[in-house]
Design a protein around this ligand. Structure first.
Ligand code: PMT
Length: 214
C-alpha cells in the first residue's frame, strides 16, 4: 500500500523553460510537462500539499494541486525558492542551461548569412537548493540523457548534492519527452532501482515510494 503523504509539503517543477531571444522567438525544449504533472498529481492523491511550478505547457492542473506558471529558468528559480521551506523538491522540469545574454526589445532582423547568439548560463535550481540553508530534506532530480545514462546521472546526483536522481532516455519514441510512457532508473548514493517502462502516471507513484519509503 502507498505511504500517506499527509502533512508533507512538496514542490514539483515540470515542463520546459523558454528563454527569450526577442519578442517573437525563444530557446525552448520538447518537455510537455507530463512527467512532472504526473508526480504532482500522485503526491496530491496521497494527501501531500503540492505546489507545482510549471513552465509553458498545455496541461490542466491536477486535482488538489496548487500551481504557479512561469516562463524562464530565472522565473522558475524564483518561484521555487519562494516556496521554501518544503519537505521535498522534485525537479522534473527541463530547465534551460543557457539563455541569450540580452533579450532584444524589438524583433531581430535578418541580415547576414549566419547569426551568432551569445548565451550565458541560467541559475541551476537544483544545485543551488543542494547547498541552501533551507534545503528540502528530500532533493530529487531527473536526468534526461541520450547515452551513458548511468555515468551522467550519477555525476549529477553527486555534483548537485541530491538524494535521488531519476534518469530517463531521451531522443527515442516511447520514453522521455512528450510520450505518455517512460522508463526510469532511479539512482541513490547506495543503489539504484529500475521503474517501468510504464505510463508516467504509474511511474510517478513508484518514484514517490522511493522518495518517501516510510
Ligand atoms: O515533460 P515530459 O514531456 O513528460 O518529459 C519528461 C522529461 C524528459 C522532461 C523528464 O522526465 C526529465 O528528464 N526532466 C529533466 C530534464 C532535464 O533538464 O534534465 P537535465 O539532465 O538537463 O537536468 C538535470 C536536473 O537538473 C533536472 O532535475 C533539472 O530540473 C535540473 N536543472 C537543470 C538545469 C538548471 N538550470 N536547473 C535545474 O534545476
Amino acid at each position: 500500500m502507498s505511504v500517506s503523504l499527509a502533512g508533507r509539503r512538496i514542490v514539483v517543477s515540470a515542463g520546459p523553460t523558454y528563454e527569450d531571444i526577442d519578442p517573437v522567438r525563444f530557446i525552448g525544449n520538447r518537455s510537455s510537462g507530463k512527467m512532472g504533472f504526473a508526480v504532482a498529481a500522485a503526491a496530491a492523491r496521497r494527501g501531500a500539499q503540492v505546489m507545482l511550478i510549471a513552465g509553458p505547457v498545455h496541461l490542466p492542473t491536477p486535482e488538489g494541486v496548487q500551481r504557479i506558471d512561469v516562463r524562464s529558468a530565472q522565473q522558475m528559480r524564483d518561484a521555487v525558492f519562494a516556496q521554501l521551506p518544503a519537505d521535498a523538491y522534485i525537479g522534473a522540469a527541463a530547465v534551460a542551461d543557457y539563455r541569450p545574454r540580452t533579450p532584444l526589445s524589438g524583433k531581430l532582423k535578418k541580415t547576414g548569412e549566419t547569426l551568432a547568439l551569445e548565451l550565458v548560463r541560467t541559475p541551476d535550481i537544483l544545485a543551488e537548493l543542494g547547498t541552501h540553508a533551507l534545503r528540502p530534506r528530500r532533493l530529487v532530480g531527473f536526468a534526461a540523457e541520450t547515452d551513458d545514462i548511468a555515468h551522467y546521472a550519477r555525476g549529477k546526483l553527486v555534483r548537485k548534492r541530491l538524494d535521488l536522481i531519476a534518469a530517463n532516455r531521451v531522443g527515442q519514441p516511447g520514453s522521455g519527452f512528450e510520450s505518455d510512457e517512460n522508463a526510469l532508473v532511479v539512482y541513490a548514493h547506495d543503489g539504484e532501482q529500475a521503474l517501468g517502462p510504464a505510463p508516467k502516471t504509474e511511474l510517478a507513484d513508484g518514484l514517490l515510494d522511493l522518495v518517501f519509503p516510510d
